[in-house]
Design a protein around this ligand. Structure first.
Ligand SMILES: [Zn+2]
Length: 440
């Protein structure tokens, strides 16, 4: 009963928040400009109890407190038409809705994840269930900024991005890393004074969080050099990719680093293993501090020539690539089971996981790039870009790319983020192409 009264208080409070009754309580004579407020004092016909699924709890357990065993069985069966109770996660929210007069259970909402709710409703014949998808709308974010120290801070701590959950801002950086992974190593190359501009389209839920998103256009100016990437879907390709304004793919034969930027911690400074330092010669590689278990990717297509212990490198993988390049990855906690000596791997394939085997004081990845018997700094190797936009798509590319390039100016106009708020103002719904292939 105590739980019940707490919950009813919670319901009343949330109503007052919405309708402004809290203010009315504080003022003996509220200025009643819109006339409809007194209705708020009516007791809601429904009472809602919200449970968060605890460790070891089950949906069935929560429901058994509310209905008898026969009803319980019917209710669970109705739920199983939509989802599997066993797969529900800890913290999942279950809302029981009762008729206030006699505490008769009339409905149950079970939140499966951010995008779907199973709604159970009761009628004369029993229980029915349906899946409700969280609605989303599409907007576009335009952002631009100077990088004071590191990109992470510039984006995540940006006051101008207040309207975007921090988690989503971190995802935004991940998207940037994915786009520029062949051109800029965000963990080693970003310098004070660098700049970024971007146009990002996202699907937003009512709570402001993002269901999905992608960069339409992005730019990083790194030490005076401007890198631009524009989204384009070549016809018949089906999956699209990023191209520079000249129509050349941003892809290269090598990724600059074998880890996603979001896995790299800043424990090692950017310059520690820069080739001008003496440590380079004896060390011959680049170290990336990362959480144990982080995925390690092959930086280029090739054939695995070693997989096993390798002296101070502990568990290591070596890969031979076209044109005489060799890469080595050390200190792994474990290997990808599918990767063995002789295995052909593609760029981006996971070959193993970060650890501290061999001579290592903490979990990190040691990465080496060799050619002709000499160690190379991966950042110092200049490789030609990937395939350009196919000639058959060239006309469409010209139209779409100039439109997308222009989007970058929107965020840059006042040097701060212009976050799409509501409709119309900065938001540009579906700036990308409609089916006909015509811009806007
Ligand atoms: Zn090392």
């Amino acid at each position: 009963m105590r739980l019940l009264s707490n919950l009813s208080l919670r319901v009343a409070l949330s109503l007052s928040g919405v309708l402004g009754v809290g203010v009315a309580f504080l003022r003996p004579e509220p200025v009643n400009e819109i006339g409809g407020l007194p209705a708020v004092f009516a007791v809601p016909a429904e009472l809602a109890e919200v449970h968060a699924l605890g460790r070891g709890q089950t949906l069935g357990g929560v429901l058994s407190d509310a209905v008898d065993s026969r009803e319980h069985h019917v209710l669970l069966t109705a739920f199983e038409e939509q989802a599997t109770p066993r797969l529900m996660q800890i913290g999942a929210e279950i809302t029981l809705r009762f008729r206030r007069a006699d505490r008769w259970l009339r409905g149950v909402d079970v939140v499966l994840n951010a995008d779907s709710i199973v709604r159970l409703t009761r009628d004369e014949t029993g229980w029915r269930s349906k899946m409700i998808q969280t609605p989303t709308w599409t907007d576009t974010i335009y952002a631009a900024g100077d990088i004071e120290d590191v990109l992470w801070n510039a984006v995540v701590q940006s006051d101008a991005l207040d309207g975007m959950p921090v988690r989503d801002r971190a995802l935004l950086i991940h998207h940037l890393d994915q786009v520029f992974q062949w051109e800029i190593d965000f963990s080693r190359q970003i310098r004070r004074g660098d700049q970024y501009r971007l146009a990002f389209e996202r699907q937003v839920r009512p709570d402001g969080s993002m269901r999905s998103g992608y960069l339409i256009a992005a730019e990083i100016t790194n030490r005076g050099t401007r890198h631009q990437a524009l989204w384009f879907e070549p016809s018949g390709d089906g999956q699209g990719g990023y191209f520079g304004p000249d129509g050349k793919s941003v892809r290269r034969a090598f990724l600059l680093k074998p880890l996603e930027f979001r896995r790299v911690s800043s424990r090692f400074t950017n310059s520690r293993f820069h080739p001008v330092l003496k440590t380079w010669r004896s060390h011959r590689g680049v170290d990336y501090a990362a959480a144990s278990g982080s995925e390690i990717m092959a930086t280029a297509d090739g054939v695995v020539t070693h997989r096993g212990r390798l002296g101070d490198l502990g568990n290591a993988v070596a890969i031979r690539h076209p044109n005489g390049f060799i890469t080595r990855y050390g200190h792994m906690s474990r290997f990808n089971d599918k990767v063995r000596t002789g295995t052909r791997v593609r760029q981006g394939d996971v070959i193993g996981y970060v650890g501290m085997t061999g001579l290592a004081t903490g979990p990190h990845l040691h990465y080496e790039l060799w050619r002709g018997g000499h160690p190379l700094d991966p950042l110092g190797v200049n490789l030609p870009p990937g395939d350009p936009v196919p000639t058959t798509d060239r006309a469409r590319w010209e139209a779409e790319s100039s439109f997308r390039l222009a989007l970058l100016d929107r965020g840059a106009s006042d040097r701060v983020l212009a976050l799409a708020e509501g409709e119309g103002v900065v938001a540009l719904a579906h700036p990308i192409l409609q089916e006909g292939g015509e811009a806007r």
